[in-house]
Every structure is written in structure tokens, then in C-alpha cells.
Design a protein around this ligand. Structure first.
Ligand SMILES: CC/C=C\C=C\CC(=O)SCCNC(=O)CCNC(=O)[C@H](O)C(C)(C)COP(=O)(O)OP(=O)(O)OC[C@H]1O[C@@H](n2cnc3c(N)ncnc32)[C@H](O)[C@@H]1OP(=O)(O)O
Length: 308
């Protein structure tokens, strides 16, 4: 059983797993080198599956994870063979959030000669952790996240940076940060209000740290589909990703980028950005090819689009 008291004792400097211990925890069918916390696979054409892979620690987010996500998503952003990403968790639940053993010393024992220097150092660290999930949003490829079991703390920060959220009937979500004495600082408080329409519900979840179960997650709009079990969900996620990956990457990536831009700007600013975007993107061959297929009553998936 996880004990917060023992975690606090350990992360006050008594125990920190070395890189070799972290590596030893990875099975051969586990993480994909050079990663130690992520398993990468390609379940369908142009679809990349990124699996959080520390099942023995319930995919708790250790220091390696925070860097590896950045490396992984920056690679995927630039990879023309990847058009859509599916994210899920290995083992019995999606993630237990920040690794309280591995990470807390970084935050609770900050280095620096005085308050100003400690504060600057902490600020840099928080900005670094924020980037771990902002890379998902900055990646122009749509990211579908599939949650089973539990999605706690940092898990909610992660999923709110994704484009499409799916879950299983047994899933629950918890903005857990107030329970461990901090205001969530890597995305939940900024993105969750943009995902869920009800400000009252966001406040309720973030201030009470209560669990929200799948049915409420669906009715509130946090997830768009609920599946009976993990297998059905992963199949559904990969099918959905395949549908998106079969369409023009110019259209798909332009849609993601403009939806995010519009979320953060006025309608007038969004329209202006869109006009500037499409003054070049409308010149793509993909429009001609897709329109022709449509006229011939063929689906967009019958068209071959050049790599982007
Ligand atoms: C700059 C800051 C950036 C981000 C901040 C994010 C904030 C957060 O993420 S807040 C949320 C932190 N997470 C938690 O508080 C959850 C803690 N875990 C639990 O409450 C329970 O483990 C559980 C998820 C409810 C599951 O319980 P159970 O089914 O009984 O499993 P356990 O035996 O407790 O756990 C199995 C195994 O995993 C280890 N573990 C679980 N959670 C964490 C964790 N968050 N950090 C580190 N390790 C964790 C647990 O110790 C067990 O390991 P053993 O080696 O088997 O003992």
C-alpha cells in the first residue's frame, strides 16, 4: 500500500533511485530505448502509440518521464511518418501522477544561496515541468489519449493538453494537488476550464480533489467516449487515429493548430490568423485530390497524400 508518510520521509533526501535502478525496472517488452518510461509502437499506418510504461509504479511520473515526454513529442512533431498519436498507460491504471519518491526532493529541497536564487531555480524547474505537457499541445499532430483505471494529479495535466480524450467505464479522474499541499502548476488549472464548460465543476474538482468517475467525465465533456474495457478502448482509439491519419495532413494539422489558436484568442483574431494560415495552405495539392475524391463519391482515405 502506498504511504504518503513514508514517501515524504524518503523524498526528504534519504532515497532517490539511480538511473540504473530506473532502467532495471523496465522489462524487455517494456519501454522503448532510449526511453525508460515510454513504450513506442506503430499500431496502424501513420499512427504512433506512446504508452506510459512504469506499470509496477502505476506509471508515476519520475524525473526521466518529465524529460522523455519532451524528447518523444518533439521527435513526433518532426516525424513525417507520424500523423496521429495515441497515448495510454500500461498496467492496471493510466497514471498515479507525479512520482512522490523521485520528484519531491527536486521541488522540496531546491538549491540556491538565498531566497532569490532558490526562487529563480524553482521557477525554471516549474517551467521545465510545464513543457512536458505543453509539447503535446505544440505537436501539430492530433493526440488521442485513452484513460483506464485512474488518472491522478499530473495525469489530468497531461490529458487536458491532448486533443481527444477517451476512457473506460472504470476510469476516474482526480485533480489531486490540493491534497498534497500545492496548487496544480503544470496545466490543469489553465486547460481544464477550457475543456469543461462549467466553471463551478472545475472549481469543485480542483478545490475538493474528489474523484470524478467515467459517467460524469462524459456528461461534463472531459471525455468524448466511454468504452466498456481497456481492450475495446485501445481498439477504438487506434481506429479513430487511423481515420484521422487517412486524411490530408495539411488539413488535419492546420485544423489542430487553428483550433488551439482560436481557443486562446478572440473570434476576430482567430479569423485573421486562419486567413493568413490558409492563404498558403489552400495551395496544397491535397485540396484538389480530396475534392476530386469527394466528387467521385470516394472517401478521403482512398487518396494518397504526400508526407508533410
Ligand atoms: C512541479 C510539479 C509537477 C507536477 C505535479 C503533479 C501533482 C500530482 O501528481 S498530485 C498526485 C500525486 N499522486 C498521488 O498522490 C497518488 C499516490 N498513490 C496512491 O494514492 C495509490 O498508489 C493509488 C493510486 C490509489 C493506488 O493504490 P494501490 O492500488 O493500493 O497501489 P499501491 O500499492 O499504493 O501502489 C503500487 C506501487 O506504486 C507506487 N506508487 C503509487 N503511486 C505513486 C506515486 N505517485 N509516486 C511514487 N510511487 C507510487 C507505490 O509506492 C507502490 O510501489 P511498491 O514498490 O509496490 O511499494
Amino acid at each position: 500500500m502506498f504511504s504518503l508518510r513514508s514517501a515524504v520521509r524518503q523524498y526528504r533526501g534519504l532515497w532517490l533511485p539511480s538511473a540504473s535502478v530506473v532502467r532495471a525496472m523496465s522489462s524487455s517488452t517494456g519501454p522503448t530505448a532510449p526511453f525508460t518510461t515510454l513504450a513506442i509502437s506503430h499500431p496502424a499506418k501513420s499512427v504512433t502509440h506512446v504508452e506510459l510504461h512504469r506499470p509496477e509504479k502505476l506509471n508515476a511520473m519520475n524525473s526521466a518521464f518529465w524529460s522523455e515526454m519532451v524528447e518523444c513529442f518533439n521527435d513526433l512533431a518532426a516525424d513525417p511518418d507520424c500523423r496521429v498519436v495515441v497515448v495510454s498507460g500500461a498496467g492496471r491504471l493510466f497514471t498515479a501522477g507525479i512520482d512522490l519518491m523521485d520528484m519531491a526532493s527536486d521541488v522540496l529541497q531546491p538549491q540556491g544561496d538565498d531566497t532569490a536564487r532558490i526562487s529563480w531555480s524553482l521557477r525554471r524547474k516549474i517551467a521545465k515541468y510545464q513543457e512536458t505537457f505543453s509539447v503535446i499541445e505544440k505537436c501539430p499532430k492530433p493526440v488521442v489519449v485513452a484513460v483506464h483505471g485512474a488518472c491522478i494529479g499530473g495525469g489530468v495535466d497531461l490529458i487536458t493538453a491532448c486533443d481527444i480524450r477517451l476512457c473506460t467505464q472504470d476510469a476516474w479522474f482526480q485533480v489531486k494537488e490540493v491534497d498534497i499541499g500545492l496548487a496544480a502548476d503544470v496545466g490543469t488549472l489553465q486547460r481544464l476550464p477550457k475543456v469543461i464548460g462549467s466553471r463551478s465543476l472545475v472549481n469543485d474538482l480542483a478545490l475538493t480533489a474528489r474523484r470524478m468517475y467515467a459517467d460524469e467525465a462524459k456528461s461534463s465533456g472531459l471525455v468524448s467516449r466511454v468504452f466498456p474495457d481497456k481492450e475495446a478502448m485501445i481498439t477504438g482509439a487506434v481506429e479513430m487515429a487511423g481515420e484521422i491519419a487517412g486524411r490530408s495532413p495539411v488539413a488535419v494539422q492546420g485544423t489542430k493548430i487553428n483550433l488551439i489558436y482560436s481557443r486562446d484568442h478572440s473570434v476576430a483574431e482567430g479569423l485573421d490568423y486562419m486567413a493568413t494560415w490558409n492563404m498558403s495552405m489552400l495551395q496544397t495539392d491535397d485540396v484538389i485530390k480530396s475534392a476530386q475524391a469527394s466528387m467521385e463519391k470516394k472517401g478521403p482515405k482512398t487518396v494518397t497524400f504526400s508526407k508533410l
